[in-house]
Design a protein around this ligand. Structure first.
Ligand code: FAD
Length: 364
């Protein structure tokens, strides 16, 4: 006899796993289907920055609550609340920094501006060329390479079934629910949640729905182990730099610089044209990086839609189907918005509003 699950969740990233756990806690029987390993998508290759300073203002309430989730997850995900500085080197960047951080502070983030003396006392190895800096004590980071193993353990604990190496290839819907064909055979479920990250467009297309999802190909680099250089998360007013030194001495550098490739083609390609300016900005901020060798640069696919707000709600035109993804800063916000999505599917009122995937994307 085939098992009929209450819901099949396609995508074992942070969104799908967090939603699955919430639904299981609420009494549902979900199954998670993941084409590779849990956390092998964006959730397992990202820069791990958990910074309120680089979040969109409207998403601040979600990011603030997301931070509390990370505190709860703690050491198991390499969480560290280090505090973070965002730097401006030119007058234009100073303006930008003031403009952006003021709005974020008004939205509830504990961000303040600090004097150059205070910055130098806290981070003596940063360049002397900083014109202005903001600080947020809540900022920090986690180790994204632990995402898969963390959620595998949580799913086990919750006795929640998941299948790795199981790619959804087609879906059909009947009054009995969904039949999801996969590379490991069919699965049956009453409801369906697509949490397929940068693969959301092709996943929704299997149900005849055209989601305006695009993939960005973000690049991250890591240096060899260095003596202690910085103890906080360092960002740049433009958002083009995030940097932190891990406990083992390596320095992780990101900032959304783009590589090449598509999610359908497999792993993206790193491009020297974008990695070099990313590393140059890192070295400008932290001159001692001139002595560091870069061990590895890699890419990952991040999904977004034209208005850069999440897709979180009912899949337009398909009864009992839902979609969750395209969250800017989705690693930070993922555990929280996953819970909200779980509540929504359980028929509970989510604590904060979700983001209708059927909205008009041409409006702001
Ligand atoms: C390089 C990089 C750096 C980033 N840095 C940060 C950062 O520092 N801080 C931050 O907050 N955010 C960051 N992000 C964003 C963040 O990582 C993502 O928003 C978040 O991880 C998305 O989670 P997700 O679960 O929606 O997607 P994913 O983690 O991509 O999960 C989707 C899963 O669906 C699976 N899947 C797809 N199609 C199918 C199918 N047909 N059948 C079965 N399974 C399928 C995929 O294999 C994948 O595992 C970064 C992203 C990237 C790419």
């Amino acid at each position: 006899m085939t098992t009929q699950y209450d819901i099949a969740i396609v995508g074992g990233g942070i969104m799908g796993c967090a939603a699955a756990l919430q639904m299981a806690a609420g009494g549902m029987r979900p199954i998670v289907l993941e084409q590779g390993d849990l956390g092998q998508g964006a959730s397992g290759v990202n820069a791990g920055t958990l910074s309120l300073q680089i979040k969109r203002v409207k998403l601040m309430p979600y990011a603030l609550r997301g931070h509390h989730e990370w505190e709860r997850m703690g050491d198991a995900v390499g969480f560290k609340k280090s505090g973070g500085y965002t730097l401006a080197f030119t007058e234009r960047e100073v303006e930008l920094l003031h403009e952006r951080q003021k709005l974020k502070a008004e939205a509830g983030a504990p961000i303040s501006f600090v004097s150059n003396n205070a910055l130098r006392a806290a981070e003596p190895n940063l360049t002397q060329k900083v014109l202005a800096a903001s600080y947020c004590p809540e900022d920090g980071y986690a180790n994204s390479s632990l995402t898969g193993q963390y959620f595998r353990a949580r799913l086990h604990e919750a006795d929640l079934p998941y299948r790795e190496g199981t790619r959804m290839t087609s879906i059909s819907q009947s009054p009995a629910g969904f039949e999801i064909s996969t590379t490991q055979g069919p699965f049956h479920a009453t409801r369906l949640l697509l949490a397929a990250g940068a693969w959301l467009k092709s996943a929704a297309a299997l149900l005849g729905v055209d989601l305006p999802v695009q993939a960005r190909i973000n690049t991250v680099s890591v240096t060899e182990r260095m003596p202690p250089l910085t103890s906080t998360v360092i960002g740049h007013a433009t958002g083009l730099l995030t940097m932190k030194q891990k406990a083992n001495g390596t320095v992780l550098v990101g900032g959304g610089w783009q590589g090449r490739g598509t999610p359908q083609e497999g792993r993206g390609e790193v491009m020297a044209e974008t990695v070099m300016p990313n590393l140059a900005l890192a070295q400008f901020a932290l001159p001692a990086l001139a002595n560091a060798r870069v061990l590895r640069s890699w890419t990952g696919f991040e999904a977004n839609v034209p208005d850069f707000y999440p897709l979180a709600g009912a899949l337009p035109g398909v009864k009992d189907a839902f979609v969750l993804g395209c969250v800017r800063g989705g690693y930070t916000i993922g555990p929280y918005i996953g819970r909200l999505m779980g509540d929504f599917i359980l028929g509970r009122e989510p604590e904060l509003p979700l983001f209708d995937p059927g909205r008009d994307f041409d409006k702001d």
